[in-house]
Design a protein around this ligand. Sequence first.
Ligand code: HEM
Length: 452
Amino acid sequence: MTTQQDSHIGKLGDESSIWFNLTPLLKNPENPMGLLLQMAERYGPVIPVNMANQRVVLVTEPEYFKHVLVTKADSYIKYFDGLKPIFGKSMITNDGALWQKIRMPQQPAFHPSVFADYIPYFNTAIKDKMDIWASYAASGKTVEMVEQTWTLAADMICKALFDRDLPFNPHFVFKCVKTYTDVMNHKEIRLKKQSDELFEITGEETAKAVKEWWSVPLAVLGADPREGREQSLLKMIEAAVADPDMPEFDHQQAVDEIKQYLWAGTETTALTLSWALYLTSKHPEAAVRIRREGETVCGDREPTADDYSKLQYTRAVIQETMRLYPPVWSLIRVAAEDDEIAGKQIKAGDRIVLFSYGAHHNPKYWDEPEEFRPERWMDKTKKQVKYSYIPFGAGKRSCPGGAMSQLENTLALSLLLRRFRTEYVGLEPPRINATVTLTPRGGLLFKVRELS
Ligand code: HEM
């Protein structure tokens, strides 16, 4: 019998899926980005490749990112094959007038003028995480950092945006998220399918993971408010559901929007903080500078909005981390009509892969691009080439939560490193998986120790 979840696995590992089609190009286990970087260097900024049953166009230059994401944004639509179980019909999956109608009522929750209100909630979530880390430090336990930072990011979102304490077990939900994202590692699944091997992850486990995931937004909606705030993202979503002029924004839309925030707004933020902790473990001088900056700016107080603007070096570490390890390493679009980019024909239906990782690592735009150099973000004399750094995308579909995630991660990095020494104890260099996001294969293992 085919279950609904088997069909998700089918879709994700399908030959028509862009993620499956890209796997031959990402096959080097040491460096899955290597081949794409070489292709960009050898064959130029726009490379059409015929793959199985579809044409994939690899785009690697900032001016063409602008063409697709900004200048002709309406001619290139979002690609969401296989991700529907995660995101439902939330804003991130829509296009055109409907997308605009869904995004508009939620946009005010991400305006920088409300960030000061969020900071106490972020600080509380970070403090709670530090209490947990104190016990790990005492026991000497090895921790997997992506799980640690994901649970922190989920707590921050629930407290600040939904006015809720976490109404689910974050570690359990993280394991479900992981099960599903592992299923997205199509190559292994296809190979196992072809050789009739058993899946490491069974359809049943994926079924359980998806079912658990779907229960999470209902838990958020059903939980008691923390403080009964008048203003929150959840209140904005509820108001949109109640608005008779917005019949499209029904109860299911609200459920799916919450799902979207608890995935798109947590996995990416968590990956960034995990990679930042890895980089600062490898560059202890950066960790020392972050500690000193925190001491100078905040002393014994909790950070405020005013302090955030002064935590310049810590923020630069977060920016540099997203340059080296952009959580969303490529943006995918489908051409809605024929077009031409850099003299190359684009046909309606082509899958366009905007290789942001490639631009982030291109020596044309960055001195010593493989080096971890947070100072480059503090040098105001150096002008960045526009669209050469797009961790949050660009144009009207860019990430609404980008600035907020930088705030979350700057505060978290500053506070965590002031109290703890975080020592990376995993494989060096860490292996990476490139599916929808750039993740450390097998996670990032750390020991945390209290500083005296
Ligand atoms: C380091 C953290 C983050 C990164 C790297 C990131 C990255 C991105 C990128 C690249 C896109 C655009 C995808 C595309 O154009 O195809 C995007 C969209 C989106 N992000 Fe983020 N994001 C982060 C944090 C957040 C947070 C904190 C939230 C909210 C709580 C969020 C919510 C969204 C939503 C709702 C969209 C869809 C916007 C639309 O389609 O109009 N993200 N993100």
